[in-house]
Design a protein around this ligand. Structure first.
Ligand code: AMP
Length: 220
Protein backbone atom coordinates (compact mmCIF):
# COMPACT_ATOMS: atom_id res chain seq x y z
CA UNK A 1 0.00 0.00 0.00
CA UNK A 2 1.11 3.56 -0.58
CA UNK A 3 1.19 5.20 2.89
CA UNK A 4 0.62 8.65 1.35
CA UNK A 5 -2.68 7.45 -0.17
CA UNK A 6 -5.82 6.74 1.84
CA UNK A 7 -5.06 3.77 4.12
CA UNK A 8 -8.13 1.56 4.46
CA UNK A 9 -7.59 -1.45 6.73
CA UNK A 10 -9.67 -4.14 8.34
CA UNK A 11 -8.13 -6.01 11.29
CA UNK A 12 -9.52 -9.50 11.52
CA UNK A 13 -8.89 -12.35 13.95
CA UNK A 14 -9.99 -14.01 17.19
CA UNK A 15 -10.37 -12.14 20.48
CA UNK A 16 -7.04 -11.58 22.20
CA UNK A 17 -4.98 -11.77 19.00
CA UNK A 18 -3.68 -8.21 19.47
CA UNK A 19 -5.79 -6.38 16.87
CA UNK A 20 -6.51 -3.49 19.22
CA UNK A 21 -2.90 -3.17 20.38
CA UNK A 22 -1.57 -3.06 16.82
CA UNK A 23 -4.39 -0.78 15.63
CA UNK A 24 -3.52 1.78 18.33
CA UNK A 25 0.15 1.78 17.26
CA UNK A 26 -0.65 2.10 13.57
CA UNK A 27 -3.23 4.78 14.30
CA UNK A 28 -0.58 6.80 16.16
CA UNK A 29 2.17 6.26 13.58
CA UNK A 30 0.07 6.94 10.46
CA UNK A 31 -2.47 9.40 11.87
CA UNK A 32 -5.59 7.48 10.94
CA UNK A 33 -8.47 6.66 13.32
CA UNK A 34 -8.79 3.31 15.05
CA UNK A 35 -12.44 2.32 14.81
CA UNK A 36 -13.12 -0.52 17.23
CA UNK A 37 -16.73 -1.69 17.25
CA UNK A 38 -16.14 -3.27 20.69
CA UNK A 39 -14.91 0.12 22.02
CA UNK A 40 -17.94 1.90 20.50
CA UNK A 41 -20.25 -0.59 22.24
CA UNK A 42 -18.38 -0.39 25.56
CA UNK A 43 -18.64 3.43 25.43
CA UNK A 44 -22.41 3.10 24.87
CA UNK A 45 -22.62 0.69 27.84
CA UNK A 46 -20.66 3.14 30.03
CA UNK A 47 -22.97 6.03 29.03
CA UNK A 48 -26.03 3.87 29.69
CA UNK A 49 -27.60 4.62 26.29
CA UNK A 50 -30.40 2.51 24.83
CA UNK A 51 -27.85 0.78 22.60
CA UNK A 52 -25.58 0.19 25.58
CA UNK A 53 -28.35 -1.38 27.64
CA UNK A 54 -29.25 -3.74 24.79
CA UNK A 55 -25.64 -4.60 23.96
CA UNK A 56 -24.39 -5.26 27.51
CA UNK A 57 -26.23 -8.53 28.11
CA UNK A 58 -25.18 -9.89 24.71
CA UNK A 59 -21.56 -8.84 25.20
CA UNK A 60 -21.34 -10.26 28.71
CA UNK A 61 -22.59 -13.61 27.42
CA UNK A 62 -20.09 -13.58 24.53
CA UNK A 63 -22.83 -13.28 21.89
CA UNK A 64 -22.81 -10.94 18.92
CA UNK A 65 -24.84 -7.73 18.73
CA UNK A 66 -27.32 -7.92 15.79
CA UNK A 67 -25.97 -7.18 12.30
CA UNK A 68 -28.37 -4.26 11.56
CA UNK A 69 -27.20 -2.44 14.69
CA UNK A 70 -23.53 -2.97 13.92
CA UNK A 71 -23.83 -2.05 10.24
CA UNK A 72 -25.51 1.24 11.22
CA UNK A 73 -22.74 2.04 13.71
CA UNK A 74 -19.99 1.31 11.20
CA UNK A 75 -21.64 3.36 8.45
CA UNK A 76 -21.76 6.32 10.81
CA UNK A 77 -18.10 5.89 11.85
CA UNK A 78 -16.70 5.38 8.34
CA UNK A 79 -18.52 8.28 6.74
CA UNK A 80 -17.27 10.74 9.40
CA UNK A 81 -14.75 13.39 8.21
CA UNK A 82 -12.05 11.86 10.46
CA UNK A 83 -11.59 8.99 7.99
CA UNK A 84 -10.47 11.24 5.10
CA UNK A 85 -6.90 9.82 5.23
CA UNK A 86 -8.06 6.30 6.03
CA UNK A 87 -9.04 4.13 8.97
CA UNK A 88 -8.41 0.88 10.80
CA UNK A 89 -11.58 -1.08 11.36
CA UNK A 90 -11.13 -3.45 14.30
CA UNK A 91 -13.76 -6.07 15.21
CA UNK A 92 -15.93 -5.63 12.12
CA UNK A 93 -17.05 -7.51 10.07
CA UNK A 94 -17.75 -10.52 12.27
CA UNK A 95 -20.41 -12.18 10.11
CA UNK A 96 -20.82 -12.72 6.36
CA UNK A 97 -23.81 -10.30 6.16
CA UNK A 98 -21.62 -7.66 7.84
CA UNK A 99 -18.88 -8.30 5.25
CA UNK A 100 -21.38 -7.98 2.39
CA UNK A 101 -22.79 -4.74 3.85
CA UNK A 102 -19.25 -3.37 4.27
CA UNK A 103 -18.52 -4.23 0.62
CA UNK A 104 -21.56 -2.18 -0.43
CA UNK A 105 -20.49 0.72 1.79
CA UNK A 106 -16.95 0.64 0.35
CA UNK A 107 -18.44 0.73 -3.18
CA UNK A 108 -20.59 3.70 -2.20
CA UNK A 109 -17.54 5.46 -0.70
CA UNK A 110 -15.44 4.52 -3.78
CA UNK A 111 -12.94 2.57 -1.68
CA UNK A 112 -11.30 0.01 -3.94
CA UNK A 113 -7.83 -0.33 -2.38
CA UNK A 114 -8.12 -1.90 1.06
CA UNK A 115 -6.41 -4.72 2.92
CA UNK A 116 -7.64 -7.20 5.52
CA UNK A 117 -4.99 -8.14 8.07
CA UNK A 118 -5.64 -11.49 9.68
CA UNK A 119 -4.05 -12.04 13.11
CA UNK A 120 -3.61 -15.79 13.59
CA UNK A 121 -3.56 -17.24 17.13
CA UNK A 122 -4.44 -20.68 18.44
CA UNK A 123 -7.21 -21.24 21.04
CA UNK A 124 -4.91 -22.05 24.00
CA UNK A 125 -3.01 -18.80 23.50
CA UNK A 126 -6.31 -16.90 23.26
CA UNK A 127 -7.58 -18.31 26.58
CA UNK A 128 -4.24 -17.55 28.24
CA UNK A 129 -4.04 -13.97 26.92
CA UNK A 130 -7.63 -13.02 27.73
CA UNK A 131 -7.41 -14.55 31.21
CA UNK A 132 -4.41 -12.30 31.86
CA UNK A 133 -5.75 -9.14 30.22
CA UNK A 134 -6.31 -5.99 32.26
CA UNK A 135 -7.79 -2.81 30.81
CA UNK A 136 -8.49 0.69 32.08
CA UNK A 137 -11.35 3.04 31.26
CA UNK A 138 -9.08 4.91 28.82
CA UNK A 139 -8.52 1.88 26.62
CA UNK A 140 -5.00 0.92 27.73
CA UNK A 141 -4.43 -2.83 27.76
CA UNK A 142 -1.87 -4.89 29.66
CA UNK A 143 -1.05 -8.46 30.52
CA UNK A 144 -1.17 -9.20 34.23
CA UNK A 145 1.82 -11.53 34.06
CA UNK A 146 4.04 -9.09 32.12
CA UNK A 147 4.11 -6.21 34.57
CA UNK A 148 3.06 -7.69 37.92
CA UNK A 149 -0.18 -5.77 37.55
CA UNK A 150 -3.42 -6.67 39.29
CA UNK A 151 -7.12 -5.79 39.09
CA UNK A 152 -7.81 -2.59 41.03
CA UNK A 153 -4.20 -1.42 40.68
CA UNK A 154 -3.29 1.74 38.73
CA UNK A 155 -2.89 1.77 34.94
CA UNK A 156 0.84 2.32 34.19
CA UNK A 157 -0.12 4.83 31.45
CA UNK A 158 -2.82 6.95 33.09
CA UNK A 159 -3.29 5.73 36.72
CA UNK A 160 -6.97 4.87 36.17
CA UNK A 161 -7.92 1.60 37.93
CA UNK A 162 -7.24 -1.58 36.00
CA UNK A 163 -10.08 -4.08 35.64
CA UNK A 164 -10.73 -7.38 33.93
CA UNK A 165 -13.29 -7.00 31.13
CA UNK A 166 -16.57 -8.76 32.05
CA UNK A 167 -16.35 -10.75 28.81
CA UNK A 168 -12.76 -11.90 29.55
CA UNK A 169 -14.03 -14.29 32.25
CA UNK A 170 -13.30 -17.92 31.40
CA UNK A 171 -16.90 -19.02 30.68
CA UNK A 172 -17.53 -16.06 28.35
CA UNK A 173 -14.20 -16.52 26.60
CA UNK A 174 -15.15 -20.09 25.66
CA UNK A 175 -18.36 -18.76 24.11
CA UNK A 176 -16.54 -16.00 22.23
CA UNK A 177 -14.13 -18.54 20.73
CA UNK A 178 -17.07 -20.74 19.66
CA UNK A 179 -18.87 -17.75 18.09
CA UNK A 180 -15.62 -16.81 16.33
CA UNK A 181 -15.11 -20.31 14.90
CA UNK A 182 -18.72 -20.73 13.78
CA UNK A 183 -19.68 -17.27 12.61
CA UNK A 184 -16.63 -15.06 12.14
CA UNK A 185 -13.94 -17.42 10.80
CA UNK A 186 -15.92 -18.05 7.54
CA UNK A 187 -15.61 -14.32 6.73
CA UNK A 188 -11.93 -15.06 6.02
CA UNK A 189 -12.90 -16.87 2.78
CA UNK A 190 -14.86 -13.84 1.62
CA UNK A 191 -11.67 -11.76 1.72
CA UNK A 192 -9.35 -14.52 0.58
CA UNK A 193 -11.42 -14.83 -2.61
CA UNK A 194 -11.03 -11.10 -3.17
CA UNK A 195 -7.22 -11.33 -2.84
CA UNK A 196 -6.96 -8.72 -0.08
CA UNK A 197 -5.92 -10.91 2.86
CA UNK A 198 -2.59 -10.57 4.67
CA UNK A 199 -2.04 -13.21 7.40
CA UNK A 200 0.28 -12.58 10.33
CA UNK A 201 1.45 -14.92 13.12
CA UNK A 202 0.03 -13.11 16.16
CA UNK A 203 1.89 -15.29 18.68
CA UNK A 204 5.04 -13.17 18.13
CA UNK A 205 5.97 -10.30 20.47
CA UNK A 206 4.12 -6.99 20.04
CA UNK A 207 7.22 -5.41 18.41
CA UNK A 208 7.71 -8.30 16.00
CA UNK A 209 4.06 -8.23 14.94
CA UNK A 210 4.29 -4.45 14.37
CA UNK A 211 7.47 -4.83 12.26
CA UNK A 212 5.92 -7.57 10.16
CA UNK A 213 2.70 -5.58 9.78
CA UNK A 214 4.44 -2.42 8.54
CA UNK A 215 6.71 -4.42 6.23
CA UNK A 216 3.82 -6.36 4.71
CA UNK A 217 1.59 -3.30 4.35
CA UNK A 218 4.02 -0.59 3.30
CA UNK A 219 7.22 -2.47 2.43
CA UNK A 220 9.29 -0.81 5.20
P1 AMP B 1 -14.28 -6.82 20.97
O1 AMP B 1 -13.86 -5.70 21.83
O2 AMP B 1 -14.00 -6.59 19.50
O3 AMP B 1 -13.76 -8.16 21.44
O4 AMP B 1 -15.88 -6.90 21.08
C1 AMP B 1 -16.52 -7.15 22.32
C2 AMP B 1 -17.95 -7.61 22.09
O5 AMP B 1 -18.69 -6.59 21.41
C3 AMP B 1 -18.12 -8.83 21.20
O6 AMP B 1 -17.92 -10.05 21.92
C4 AMP B 1 -19.55 -8.66 20.73
O7 AMP B 1 -20.47 -8.97 21.77
C5 AMP B 1 -19.63 -7.16 20.50
N1 AMP B 1 -19.21 -6.81 19.11
C6 AMP B 1 -18.12 -6.08 18.73
N2 AMP B 1 -18.05 -5.98 17.40
C7 AMP B 1 -19.12 -6.64 16.91
C8 AMP B 1 -19.59 -6.93 15.59
N3 AMP B 1 -18.93 -6.51 14.51
N4 AMP B 1 -20.73 -7.66 15.48
C9 AMP B 1 -21.42 -8.10 16.56
N5 AMP B 1 -21.02 -7.89 17.82
C10 AMP B 1 -19.88 -7.16 18.00
Amino acid sequence: MDPSARICLIFFGPPGAGKGTQAKLLSRDYGIPHISTGDILRAAVARGTELGLKAKALMDAGHLVPDEVMIGLVREALTAPATARGFILDGFPRTTPQAVALGALFAEMEITAYRVVEFQLDPEAIVHRLGNRLVCANGHTFSMSAGQLHPGGPCPECQAPLIQRDDDRAETVRNRIRVYDETTAPVRHYYEERGVLISIDASQSIDDVTSELYRRLFGN
